[in-house]
Design a binder for this molecule. Sequence first.
Ligand SMILES: O=P(O)(O)OC[C@H]1O[C@H](O)[C@H](O)[C@@H](O)[C@@H]1O
Length: 266
Amino acid sequence: MKMVTFGQLPAVCITAPDGATATIALYGAHLASWTTADGRERLFMSDKSPRDGSAAIRGGVPVIFPQFSTRGTGQRHGVARLSHWRVADSGLDAGSAWVELALTHEDVPPTLAAGWPHAFALRLRFTLRGDAIDMRFNVRNTGDAPFDFAAALHTYYAVEDFTRTVVEGLPDESPLYFGPKLDNIYAAPPTLALHTGAGTLALQQQGFTEWVVWNPGAEGAAALNDMADDEWQRFVCIEPARVDKKELAAGAEWTGQHSIALTAIP
Ligand SMILES: O=P(O)(O)OC[C@H]1O[C@H](O)[C@H](O)[C@@H](O)[C@@H]1O
């Protein structure tokens, strides 16, 4: 593991034995880049994304916790993507490289913490193994009362050919092609296939309950000040999610896993 920067933000970079890399900004424990062994970037990052901690990063994998979008009275998409995490541990062996980041309620800026005043500990471990990356997200209730939370790993995939990008495996909508604005929530089959024009990715989740599929379309992108007008055709978001808040008892923990594996190169 080595310390690098993402814009003005401190970040860590891990490199797997096969040459795959992952760069994670400590701000948000935000996976900003994942390159497979062939050197190809697999995630989208907006050219106009903030990279100074003034606002959430636009692209990569924002960590959504403890609220999804505006489904609640708290911060939109929660506080995790707006807080500075710490590096807890890292490792390297013959087949994989990993790093784990941590955040507790004490690390959350007070103005954000006020909207959801609960004691928690988050751990997010990124593991590179072969042409795959695993994300293991663990939430622990460290307080003495139950709380409700939602979570998601809001993955922005880079696509080579937007009109030919297709997702297979979603209930009632398989195959799913992209075009106009899309913002759908699906009950989660554990595995999807995403064809990006630069390969096929197998997306897997465990512990979450839904897949959210989002692309803002031309009009939506134009309304976002952290996305260039033509960038909507460069990505699709497919997010393992626990959209609705569900209870976590005092002292209990929950784990959600997301794995992305490159299964075919064109
Ligand atoms: O603009 P953001 O706060 O990052 O949210 C981006 C998008 O996230 C999710 O995919 C939601 O389903 C969308 O409704 C939302 O527009």
